[in-house]
Design a protein around this ligand. Structure first.
Ligand code: NAD
Length: 477
């Protein structure tokens, strides 16, 4: 196991440690024990960060595309170089298998490389006008950004907050999750070591609501970006509205998966079972409600349960482990309550259903079938290793059920019928849809949701545009 990195605040280029500050314990999800202490920013630290962000914005917004691209590329190279150590830190604090932690870090490098190139493509346009007039539409960085990210992807969530902002020419203050601080801190350290000025990219920690209220109360911050629950997203949107700050909100989902009898059922099972239990189901785009045509329901649900039972659950540092513990005590506690409620209401338990052991936050890969719509788990994001599989009479009912909830992040459908795929692409309310595949995320593809899954986009060119404002310049001569 490589060494866990030092936990600090990174404010105005200074490394601020625990001395003289209150601290928060970081727990190992495989044991439940505290293994590191994280300093909490004081109000004075947050004010210093705000002053630095204002200074940093003035300097960074006028850097040339060449300069910005070169620095971001160097940051990406350092992330690649340090991927093993950062991946191990993520496993320590978050629990996922170490190869997944390393994969997450390498994805950050790819995304940053994409953003580095994108920083050159900040094209404006000139409108058609008669001689003597000129109208130019230009895109400018929105201003200092405050980013708040969740614990399920300690590195990617942070990269999504800072990459687009830096490419656009903004300064950024990011607050990674206090439960998983090192992944994001290490990503920022790579950027600072690559030459991003200390005033331009900063990291703070504290009590989340206190930090976000403090930063959002300042007129310095012009945009917020958050990954987490819908409840907190709505709260932050209200705070942002007081000062009309722009917002990108990447919130939860309740991914429907429509499975038709004309699909390759074995392949659907192989791909979707892996996708379901990735990161112990703690993924905003996790496939959750499997809506299966009645003719293939028995085969599908039995095949799912069999594969779920075969998943090797263990410490993320064990090379055999396919699924690690959940990230915090809230995980198994919340899931147990939802499973009990669903079973009371008549759901059938086909696999798992229990916590594992009495150390750490492990939970069995679980399959529930024929789950009534009034069970809480059919309405609230379970955010854990549980699949819900229900038989459905046909396409119309499946689309209606897919759209029943107020969420609209990722949706999936498995069918060999292309005309049906087009109907579903039109009819399903989601920010992202995958047909005959499990991946809805790519560095150059916009990532985000509709309805209660939030607004604004990350990744792709849209992830940079989200950090820009448009100015129109009218000129006569
Ligand atoms: P949460 O929304 O309370 O916390 C998510 C993250 O937001 C945490 O890292 C937390 O530090 C931060 N946060 C919380 N309150 C904040 C505030 N006032 N200001 C700024 N940051 C704040 O969610 P949770 O309790 O960790 O998990 C509950 C549910 O949230 C999950 O079951 C899931 O539905 C959802 N969730 C979604 C994502 C996602 O990727 N969209 C990630 C994590 C959690």
């Amino acid at each position: 196991m490589s060494e866990y990195p030092p936990l600090e605040l990174l404010v105005a280029g200074e490394r601020l440690g625990c001395e003289g500050r209150e601290t928060i314990d970081v727990l190992d999800p495989a044991t439940g024990e505290a293994f590191a202490a994280l300093p909490k920013a004081t109000p004075a630290d947050l004010d210093s960060a705000l002053e630095a962000a204002a200074r940093g914005f003035k300097a960074w917004r006028v850097t040339s595309a060449d300069q910005r691209e070169a620095i971001l590329r160097k940051g990406a190279a350092l992330i690649r170089e340090r991927a093993q150590a950062i991946g191990a830190a993520i496993t320590r604090e978050q629990g996922k298998p170490v190869k997944d932690g390393v994969g997450e870090v390498l994805y950050c490098a790819m995304l940053l490389e994409f953003y580095a190139a994108e920083s050159r493509r900040n094209y404006g346009k000139t409108l058609v006008r008669p001689e003597g007039q000129r109208v130019e539409v230009r895109h400018e960085p929105v201003g200092p950004v405050a980013g708040f990210s969740a614990w399920n992807f300690p590195a990617i969530n942070v990269m999504r907050k800072i990459g687009g902002a830096l490419a656009a020419g903004c300064s950024v203050i990011v607050k990674p999750s206090e439960e998983t601080p090192a992944g994001g801190l290490e990503i920022v350290r790579c950027l600072l070591d690559a030459g991003v000025p200390g005033d331009v990219c900063q990291v703070v920690f504290g009590v989340p609501d206190e930090v976000s209220r403090h930063l959002l109360a300042s007129p310095v911050i012009r945009k917020i970006t958050f990954t987490g629950s819908t409840a907190v997203g709505k709260h932050l949107a209200r705070l942002a509205a007081d000062d009309l700050k722009r917002a990108t909100l990447e919130l939860g989902g309740h991914g429907p998966v429509l499975v038709f009898k004309d699909a390759d059922i074995e392949r659907t099972l192989d791909v979707m079972v892996t996708a379901k239990y990735r990161n112990a189901g703690q993924v905003c785009v996790s496939p959750t409600r499997f809506l299966v045509e009645a003719d293939v329901f028995d085969r599908f649900s039995e095949g799912f349960a069999q594969r779920a039972r075969a998943i090797r659950v263990g410490n993320g540092f064990d090379a055999q482990t396919q699924m690690g513990p959940m990230a915090s005590q809230r995980g198994p506690d919340g899931l147990q309550a939802k499973i009990a409620d669903a079973r009371e209401k008549g759901a059938k338990l086909l696999a798992g259903g229990n916590r594992i052991g009495n150390q750490g936050f492990f939970h069995e890969p679980t399959v529930l079938a024929e789950v009534p719509l009034d069970a809480a788990i059919m309405n609230e994001e379970p955010f854990g290793p549980v699949a819900l599989i229900n038989p459905m009479p046909g396409e119309a009912a499946m689309v209606e059920e897919a759209n029943r909830l107020p969420y609209g992040l990722a949706a999936y459908a498995w069918t060999g019928d292309q005309a049906r795929r087009m109907r579903l692409a039109n009819g399903i309310e989601a920010g992202m849809i995958a047909f005959n595949a499990a991946s809805v995320s790519a560095i150059d593809a916009p990532f985000g949701g509709v309805k209660w899954s939030g607004y604004g986009l990350e990744d792709g060119a849209e992830g940079v545009q989200a950090c820009m404002v448009t100015k129109t310049v009218h000129e006569s001569f």
